[in-house]
Design a protein around this ligand. Structure first.
Ligand code: KIV
Ligand code: NA
Length: 266
């Protein structure tokens, strides 16, 4: 099976075929999601919250993400692997963005990169695309700016809808191959999707985007506690793992593991 590439995604939009993206941060999840036919895997800076135990994505560095990207690209046979550029690793200049993206391509073996921001990021996007690096945009709620945005809030309501469309069109014109829209009113996301030739990927952006993305630990119910409105849980991995760990610990404590079949003769 051939690797999913940018033209496949553009063609799917032309055919009206919707598709799913999932985050992945390690080998087994990459293998499983690839086998499930998920065409695009994102090594998100959401690893901050979902791997490293930070409260936000702000502390995440390139050094945190490169080894995870390498693990995911090594395990995914068919899925396109997109590496998220972390906060502070691309906003200083197009040159900084190119240096960071180059590390992800060379050391992480990424197939594409993603960065947050709209029209303001056009110079960065243009330089990366000119250098041969496919770029995915990310607009609406952008977690790296949560301290400016004032927390997890829906973006693009009211007058914000026009800015969102302008940002999306600017990213498309700059050469982005797709754009994530996070926490955007469904009708606004639909309007942007209609206006763009490149696919839109929604998270909390309603059903009319060309694609959807979820953090895999949310999708599979590994994360505990209250879930954002836009999450649907497709499994209870947290419950399953909790049960397995409890049984294992109880077996060891009770002397029933290991049994003879788990042990070696002399
Ligand atoms: O880091 C991430 O997981 C993301 C997606 C939620 C779009 O940016
Ligand atoms: Na991200």
């Amino acid at each position: 099976q051939r690797r999913v590439r940018v033209p496949h995604l553009t063609a799917m939009k032309e055919r009206g075929e919707k598709w799913a993206m999932l985050t992945a941060y390690d080998m087994y999840t990459a293998e499983i999601f690839d086998e499930a036919g998920v065409p695009v895997l994102l090594v998100g800076d959401s690893a901050g919250n979902n791997v490293y135990g930070f409260e936000t994505t702000v502390p995440v560095t390139v050094d945190h993400l490169v080894p995870l990207v390498r693990a995911v690209t090594s395990a995914a046979r068919r899925s396109m692997v997109v590496a998220d550029l972390p906060f502070g690793s691309y906003q200083a200049s197009p040159q900084q963005a190119l240096a960071t993206a180059t590390r992800f391509m060379k050391e992480g073996l990424a197939h594409a990169v993603k960065l947050e921001g709209g029209a303001a990021m056009v110079p960065e996007v243009e330089l990366l695309v000119r250098a041969g690096i496919p770029v995915m945009g990310h607009i609406g709620f952008t977690p790296q700016s949560e301290h400016v945005l004032g927390g997890y809030k829906v973006q693009g309501r009211g007058a914000g809808a026009e800015k969102l469309l302008d940002d999306a069109l600017a990213l498309e014109a700059a050469g982005c191959f797709a754009v994530v829209m996070e926490m955007v009113p469904a009708p606004v996301a639909a309007q942007v999707t209609e206006a763009l030739r490149i696919p839109t990927i929604g998270i909390g952006a309603g059903p009319d985007c060309d694609a959807q993305v979820l953090v895999w630990q949310d999708m599979a119910g590994l994360r505990g506690g209250r879930m954002p409105r836009f999450v649907k849980r497709y499994a209870d991995l947290r419950g399953a793992l909790l049960h397995a760990a409890q049984e294992y610990a109880a077996d060891v404590a009770g002397g029933t593991f290991p049994a003879a079949e788990h042990s070696f003769d002399s």
